[in-house]
Design a protein around this ligand. Structure first.
Ligand code: UDP
Length: 440
């Protein structure tokens, strides 16, 4: 199975010409990445792909667009297909109340105190049962992303369960100290063959074979490809953002979510702006599985009222080019999260050669070495003066900002491009297929 369109989108113009005639070979599909990672890595990937040719894989998550999971799957799946794996991607359906419940669950898993309500939990199981029919009994490996579809495994007939490998891919920063929540998720995840986490620091000691796969970005996606000055300027104009060469632009790209630290960014910006001209851009949208967006956006709208030089923008879905353009245009990128599974928005900013100031939580310290390729700050209110201090320092020392930014780009080139993610996932598939699983 091969999706021509998807591959052309991933690798950009070079592959587009294949679309009309014939699908590119795996070699052609991957060749463009050699400019970043070298020919040898591509050869190794092709060899590994050859070993796994024909393996049937099903990926299941809860949103086709919006947020880091969809972001990675959009680019990963076409490359897996190009290598000859038979991969399909399905998205579970649920009503508004299901996603309110799963967002609450998500927040609890990241450490927000509270207890699940019984009605919501019934809805969780009903929705998982209703979606279960999408599971392909012929698949060799099933990847379930995050807690929303995790319950489907319980509806699987034993003979199919025996044949298939089920992998739970966790993208949130689990707070395993909260027993109440762990009573819900832990027994469920221990039904799986393996679980994958975004950082070793966030890997719980459960009775499950654990793997760590650090997330990654696709340098050819609309989110990350190099844009022309004209494209960037057009986006700035559309949003009414002043020329960053005259008034430096400090940007936070994120879903409007309580853990992302928007309020801290606003406070730090207010401090900096007392002494230096600059503008703050808070830009993001929502994911279809995240119903909190509207309320948080309204709160922020109130909060920024009357503060000059703040742009608060709620984007429609499919906003990759807009996000890409503002990241390229930024002087500094902020990600002051208080919890963060990994933080792809950090990776994206670093790839664009920007100094990123991020909360010292979850997957962010896996990307930023404080003072070398970015800055880490204390999460939460305590981090506000640190953030203001680092922003001021970078604005006053543009040469240093440039050096930090180029180290940031190099970090991403070495460790966080999709070719490495593809390699990790293929190795994971190989391990589970061969039963090389060691439960803790
Ligand atoms: N994103 C986007 N549009 C938005 C908000 C976020 O495309 O309006 C993207 C962002 O560029 C990044 C991903 O969604 O690729 C967010 O991933 P991250 O790991 O930073 O956070 P998550 O949303 O998964 O918690």
């Amino acid at each position: 199975m091969f999706h021509k369109m998807a591959v052309s989108k991933t690798t950009g113009a070079k592959v587009k010409s294949h679309f009309i005639e014939e699908a590119p070979s795996a070699k052609e599909g991957l060749a463009a990445y050699a400019q970043f990672v070298g020919e040898q890595k591509i050869e190794e990937l092709l060899k590994l792909g050859e070993e796994l040719r024909g393996t049937k894989v099903q990926q299941v998550n809860s949103a086709r667009v919006g947020g880091g999971v969809a972001e990675m799957l959009q680019s990963l799946i076409p490359l897996e297909q190009a290598l000859g794996l038979d991969v399909k991607w399905d998205v579970i359906k649920g009503d508004y109340n299901f996603f309110v419940f799963t967002k609450t669950l998500h927040n609890f898993l990241q450490g927000k105190p509270g207890a699940l309500d019984i009605l919501g939990s019934k809805m969780y199981w009903d929705t998982n049962r209703a979606n279960y029919k999408m599971i392909d009994h012929q698949a060799d490996v099933i990847f379930i992303h995050d807690p929303q579809p995790a319950g489907m495994i319980t509806y699987l007939p034993p003979e199919v369960r025996e044949r298939q490998k089920w992998i739970w891919r966790c993208h949130v920063q689990l707070d395993t100290a909260l027993c109440l929540m762990m009573d819900f998720i832990r027994p469920l995840i221990e039904l799986y063959d393996a679980a994958v986490f975004s950082s070793r620091l966030c890997t719980p000691r459960w009775h499950i074979a654990p793997f760590v796969v650090l997330p990654y970005i696709d340098p050819f996606s609309d989110k990350n490809r190099r844009l022309t000055d004209r494209e960037v300027k057009a986006v700035l104009k559309k949003f009414g953002i002043e020329d960053p060469s005259k008034k430096p632009l400090i940007t936070l790209v994120s879903r409007f979510d309580p853990f992302k630290g928007h309020v801290y960014a606003i406070e730090a910006f207010k401090e900096v702006r007392k002494n230096l001209p600059c503008q703050l851009l808070l830009i993001g949208g929502t994911a279809s599985d995240d119903p909190e967006n509207v309320a948080i956006f309204e709160e922020l709208t109130e909060k920024v009222k009357g503060i000059p030089d703040i742009h608060l923008i709620n984007l429609p879905p499919y906003n990759h080019l807009d996000v890409n353009a503002v990241q390229w245009a930024s002087t500094i990128i902020l990600q002051p999260s208080v919890k963060e599974g990994f933080g792809l928005a950090v990776t994206e900013g670093m790839w664009k050669g920007k100094p990123v100031i991020g909360g010292n939580v979850g997957g962010i310290p896996s990307q930023i070495a404080d003072g070398y390729n970015g800055f880490l700050i204390t999460p939460g209110e305590k981090g506000i003066p640190e953030m203001a201090d680092r922003i001021t320092h970078l604005l006053l020392h543009p040469t240093l900002a440039g050096v930090i930014g180029s180290r940031a780009r190099e970090t991403v080139r070495e460790r966080f491009l999709i070719t490495r993610g593809l390699w990790d996932e293929l190795m994971l598939i190989k391990s589970v297929m061969k039963n090389h699983l060691y439960r803790l």
